[in-house]
Design a protein around this ligand. Structure first.
Ligand code: TRP
Length: 373
């Protein structure tokens, strides 16, 4: 059977994603040794997400670092549209944003488009989603963003600032461009057609606010690129720098499919799953191991297919030597599924416990982070 081609767009990710093909199709450059060295020159040892090529592709990083070398510091922009509680996979852009903030002392803008999933999916109205949105913000801030160097905003609360800029973007985007990029048609509501203009704004907002051009770097998952493919040229036309970006792959879902999906709660570990739920979910995770321990010992497994291995690689084992031991154990057949999963569940539960404590502490300083009109 031939696999159906994967779908990767802003509102649907399905099937087995071919990341290199995605990069070729849309003209992303792969992250290579040369870029690694340039980043390391300023940041020190690379974050494991870059080293392991989970962040694997980029636009304009060469330019961004040229500017940095000239003393032209960049800021970072990423975001999260609330619709559900967050799962571990949702943290990947924010983990990178936080690392970049620390290493480059960069300011971070975080957009919480609380209208996006209402317009594009079936999420409730922004007001009804406010507490969920603020919960998402706590999960993000809990990663350790610096107050004073981090600005978070809900679109509906920062609307006066955002709208003024969004209309400038929208004037340069035609319906036919949006139709071609997103597959919109005559039956698409006009809110989601406009929305891309809102997502474009924080990529140049700091330049507006400072009255001079400031380079911007966006860490994002590949499904979000479509907004910026549309917006990049417009941002240039308005006289601002086009943003640079680095792209992460998706944390695989527990059943071994392309992406953790919020609409499939079994496939994802949520940040508020209790220890028992985590154990149960990880217990069902796909490893691809053989039917019996004997066969597994004889034939070994494939760490690239084993979701438990991939969870360590993406998130739960930052130490390369320890990761290698785990992957070797899977490959050679010495690490059997039961033990493998039990350890991962422990690692996840330890992370979640610490995360929840940080989340409670973040609650107290929430106001230091929020921008409102
Ligand atoms: N559209 C993103 C989502 O569905 C949220 C988002 C807003 C975002 N601005 C961004 C993502 C910038 C990456 C970069 O969650």
């Amino acid at each position: 059977m031939v696999d159906k081609p994967a779908v990767v767009d802003a509102y649907k990710v399905e099937g087995k994603v071919d990341y290199d093909q995605f990069a070729r199709t849309y003209g992303l450059k792969l992250i290579d040794g040369e870029l690694e060295k340039r980043i390391e020159k300023y940041a020190g040892p690379l974050h494991f997400l870059l080293k392991r090529r989970i962040y694997y592709a980029q636009r304009e990083m060469g330019w961004l670092l040229d500017e940095y070398e000239k003393g032209n510091k960049f800021y970072i922009y990423t975001g999260r549209a609330p619709s559900h509680e967050m799962h571990v996979g949702h943290l990947l852009p924010f983990v990178m944003a936080k690392w970049l903030q620390d290493k480059f002392r960069a300011e971070v803008y975080i957009q919480i488009p609380d209208e996006e999933k209402f317009l594009a999916k079936d999420a409730p109205e922004p007001d009804a989603m406010k507490s969920l949105a603020m919960d998402n913000v706590l999960d993000i801030i809990a990663l350790g963003f610096k107050p004073g160097l981090t600005k978070v905003f809900l679109d509906t609360e920062y609307a006066k600032t955002m709208y003024k800029q969004a209309v400038r973007v929208s004037k340069h985007i035609t319906f036919s461009t949006m139709q071609a990029a997103f597959g919109f048609g005559n039956d698409s509501n006009i809110g989601k057609i406009f929305y891309t203009s809102m997502q474009a704004v924080p990529a140049f907002l700091k330049s507006v606010q400072e009255g001079k051009n400031v380079p911007c770097l966006i860490p994002l998952a590949i499904d979000q690129d479509v907004h910026f493919r549309v917006a990049r040229d417009v941002i240039g036309k308005l006289g601002y720098y086009k943003p640079a970006s680095i792209y992460t792959k998706f944390l695989p879902s527990l059943d071994g499919l392309a992406k953790m999906s919020s609409s499939d709660p079994i496939g994802a570990v949520y940040l508020n799953d209790d220890p028992e739920t985590v154990k149960k979910k990880i217990g069902k995770a796909f490893t691809g191991q053989q039917a019996t321990a004997e066969l597994q010992r004889k034939h070994g497994g494939d760490p690239d297919k084993c979701v438990v291995c991939q969870y360590y690689r993406y998130f739960f084992e930052p130490n390369d030597a320890k990761l290698k031991k785990i992957l070797d154990g899977e490959r050679s057949g010495t690490l059997l599924a039961g033990e493998h999963k039990a350890h991962l569940a422990e690692a996840i539960n330890a992370f979640l416990k610490a995360h929840r404590a940080k989340r409670e502490r973040a609650r107290e300083k929430l106001d230091k982070f929020m921008m409102r009109d």
